[in-house]
Design a protein around this ligand. Structure first.
Ligand code: NAP
Length: 289
């Protein structure tokens, strides 16, 4: 599969489409053996980036569940060294809720727990999951900078940030990635210029919810314009939605989620799909804004 730099100065290259592992560990997760099968299907199809987080779990009692599943899957994978696992810290899951906790003390403990869950000495890409309204961003990013100095993190990324927050973070530590919601239906960061900024600055933009997430995926499956292009090309509507993202910027690297091996394999196929100008124009008209 075609590759993309994980941030221009990182020296790390990964597949242009990565696996979003979240659906493998939330409350409607598949069993562990099936979860491992999904991860192996993604790797078999050429993906070399897996996105996870300590909070991809049911609630606070199984924090790290998704990271442990990935560790297990990679232990049975012959080319482990080729795979980059990107994780995140800065949220907690009391009673299954999603709550920010990005103070320096928590981030240190979270990063150390992720190192144990993943079974590694250093995390190639560690992302602040989201800014915490109760903690200055400088404290959160400063904590990640310190973990980087100690060698526990190789590269720092941010998630759920705007351009102003990215600039504040970059004043403290090099940022190689931004992970925000982006899809054909949800184009805020294209409109705001954040994607272009990432492209200019050599920062990779990890597009989450790239087929609309658990709810939007139904719209992708049913949309007539996506369906017409997909039928003409003999591909799935999901592949068209992912190829649209790849066509929008050299900075974008979609990380579609999957709880079925067939979804992971299908998504990987989008890397080979080049949409024509006419197809891109049809999609622009069908999804205005
Ligand atoms: N940073 C953040 O705050 C944040 C927030 C949300 C997600 N994320 C990350 O981004 C990843 C992706 O986001 P997401 O999982 O919410 O949304 P998504 O990728 O837009 O949608 C995932 C769902 O779409 C289905 N799907 C995806 N590709 C498909 C295909 N080719 N064919 C058929 N079905 C397909 C999957 O179905 P099946 O389940 O049936 O396989 C899956 O349940 C997550 O896994 C996570 O790693 C990050």
């Amino acid at each position: 599969m075609q590759r993309r730099s994980l941030g221009e100065n990182s020296g790390v290259e990964v597949s242009v489409i990565g696996l979003g592992a979240m659906p493998l560990s939330l409350s409607d997760k598949p069993g562990e053996a099936e979860g491992i099968r999904v991860i192996h299907a993604a790797l078999d199809a050429g993906m070399t980036l897996i996105d996870t987080a300590d909070v991809y779990c049911v609630d606070e009692r199984d924090m790290g569940a998704n990271e442990r599943l990935i560790r297990e899957a990679l232990a049975r994978w012959p080319r482990r060294a080729e795979v980059v696992v990107a994780t995140k810290g800065g949220l907690v899951r009391p009673g299954g809720a999603w709550i920010s906790r990005a103070n320096a003390r928590h981030l240190r403990a979270a990063c150390e727990a992720s190192l144990r869950a993943l079974g590694v000495d250093a995390i190639t890409l560690y992302q602040l999951h989201a800014p915490d309204d109760d903690v200055p961003l400088e404290e959160s990013v400063g904590a990640l900078a310190e973990l980087r100095r100690e060698g526990k993190i190789v590269h720092v990324g941010l998630s759920n940030v705007n351009a102003g927050e990215l600039a504040r973070a970059r004043a403290i530590v090099p940022i190689v990635s931004v992970q925000n919601r982006l899809s054909v239906m949800d184009r805020g960061d294209l409109r705001s210029g954040l994607v272009d900024l990432c492209a200019q600055e050599g920062i990779v933009y990890l597009a989450y919810g790239p087929v609309g997430g658990a709810h939007g995926k139904r719209r992708v499956a049913a949309d007539p314009t996506l369906s017409a292009i997909a039928a003409a090309r003999g591909v799935s509507n999901f592949q068209v939605a992912l190829a649209w993202l790849l066509a929008r910027s050299p900075a974008i690297l979609p990380i579609p989620g999957a709880s079925r091996a067939a979804s992971a394999a299908d998504s990987a196929g989008a890397a080979a799909l080049r949409l024509s100008e006419a197809e891109l124009a049809a999609l622009a008209a069908a999804f205005p804004g």
